[in-house]
Design a binder for this molecule. Structure first.
Ligand code: HMG
Ligand code: MG
Length: 298
C-alpha cells in the first residue's frame, strides 16, 4: 500500500550547497530558496548554524536566514550544539535539526565526538528547543553503510534512533549518507525500528544516490508506510566529511515518480526544473537529475 500524500523535505540549499567547492553568493542562495518555495515546496532546509570553519560554504547563515525568513514555508536549520541553537533562535528560527551518527567513525569525522558524546551535546539543545516550542528533527547518518566501517548493524541504528526520540526529537530522518542502501536493507531497517516501537509515522528517509538506488529505496520506504522524504532540487548534495557521498535523491525525480503513482505533492514540476537548471548554471555544471535533464530545454 502506498500513502496518498507525501511530505517532501527539501535539502538542496543545505545538503546541496554545503558540498559545493565554489562558495555561492548569499543573494543567490536566497533566490534559490525563494524559487523553491514558489515551486510549491513547503519545507525547505535553509542553512546550518555549524562552526564556519567546518562548513565554510554555509558560513553566511546569519546573513541568509533573514533574507528568507518571511517566506510562508517551514525553514528548518541544522544546529549541532547550544552555540548553534543560540544563533538560530536569535534569528527567529522555529525548526531546528540535530544530526547524530550511527557509527563512531563518522561521529568523530563530522562532530569531533564519540556517538554518545554527540548525543550528550544534543541533549540540552533538544530540551531548550522543546521548552521554546521549536520543532526538532533528529538526523541519523550512516544508517546503512559507513565509508570506514562498512555495513552498519541494524541494532546499532535502532539504539541511536531510540536515544534521539527519548531526548524529545519530534521526527527522525534516516540518512544513507554515502548512498549504499538497497531496498531490502531499507525494509529490514524499517521493520526492526517498528518492532522496537518506532513507527514509520515519525520517520523520514534521506537517501544519497551514489549507486543509483535512491528512488528505489524511497519507493520501498513508502510501501512500508513512510510519508516524509528528503530530497534535493536538481540532485545537489553530499557531505564534506564523508568522501564517498554524492548528491541526494533529486526532488524532480521524486516528484515525477509520485505524480505517476497519483500521489499529490502540490509541486509545480516545471518551475522546479527551471529552478534547478538555473542553479546548475550558476554552479557551472549540469544537474545530475535525469528528470531535470529530460525536462529542461537549455
Ligand atoms: P569542535 O571543534 O569540537 O568545537 O567542533 P568545540 O565545541 O570544541 O568549540 C570550539 C570553538 O568553536 C569554540 O570557540 C566554539 O564557540 C566554536 P572558542 O571558544 O574556541 O572561540 N563553536 C561554534 N561557533 C559557531 N557556531 C557553532 C559553534 N560550535 C562551536 N555552532 C562542532 C564541534 C560540532 C562545532 C563541529 O564539529 C561542527 O560544526 N560540525 C558540523 C559538521 C557539519 O555541518 N556536517 C554536515 C552536516 S551533517 C550531514 O550532512 C548529514 C545529513 O545530510 C544526513 C546524511 O546524509 O546522513 C544531515
Ligand atoms: Mg545528507
Amino acid at each position: 500500500d502506498l500513502p496518498t500524500r507525501v511530505r517532501i523535505h527539501e535539502v538542496g540549499a543545505r545538503d546541496g550547497l554545503q558540498n559545493e567547492k565554489a562558495t555561492v553568493p548569499t543573494e543567490v542562495k536566497a533566490e534559490f530558496v525563494r524559487r523553491l518555495a514558489e515551486a510549491g515546496l513547503t519545507t525547505i532546509e535553509a542553512t546550518s548554524f555549524v562552526h564556519p570553519k567546518w562548513v565554510p560554504q554555509l558560513a553566511d547563515a546569519e546573513q541568509l536566514y533573514p533574507l528568507v525568513a518571511d517566506l510562508p514555508v517551514a525553514l528548518p536549520v541544522l544546529v549541532p550544539n547550544e552555540r548553534g541553537l543560540d544563533r538560530a533562535l536569535a534569528l527567529g528560527a522555529r525548526r531546528v535539526a540535530v544530526f547524530a551518527s550511527a557509527t563512531e567513525s563518522f561521529a568523530k569525522a563530522n562532530l569531533n565526538r564519540t556517538v554518545d558524546e554527540a548525543l550528550a551535546m544534543f541533549d540540552p539543545v533538544v530540551a531548550r528547543a522543546k521548552a521554546d516550542d521549536v520543532h526538532v528533527r533528529g538526523y541519523l547518518s550512516m544508517c546503512f553503510g559507513d565509508p570506514w566501517e562498512g555495513a552498519v548493524p541494524i541494532p546499532q541504528v535502532v539504539r541511536v534512533c531510540k536515544a534521539l526520540l527519548d531526548m524529545g526529537c519530534d521526527e527522525l530522518s534516516l540518512g544513507d549518507t554515502i548512498g549504499v542502501a538497497t531496498p531490502g536493507h531499507v525494509v529490514a531497517l524499517l521493520a526492526a525500528l517498528d518492532e522496537a516501537g518506532i513507527p514509520p509515522s515519525v520517520l523520514g528517509v534521506h537517501f544519497h544516490d551514489t549507486y543509483g538506488q535512491a528512488l528505489a529505496n524511497t519507493l520501498a520506504a513508502l510501501q512500508q508506510g513512510v510519508t516524509t522524504v528528503d530530497a534535493s532540487a536538481g540532485g545537489l548534495g553530499g557531505c564534506p566529511y564523508a568522501k564517498s557521498a554524492t548528491g541526494n535523491l533529486a526532488t524532480e525525480d521524486l516528484v515525477w515518480m509520485l505524480r505517476g503513482l497519483g500521489i499529490d505533492t502540490g509541486i509545480d514540476l516545471g518551475r522546479l526544473v527551471a529552478t534547478s537548471a538555473w542553479m546548475a548554471n550558476r554552479l557551472g555544471r549540469p544537474s545530475p537529475s535525469r528528470t531535470v535533464r529530460a525536462l529542461s530545454h537549455e
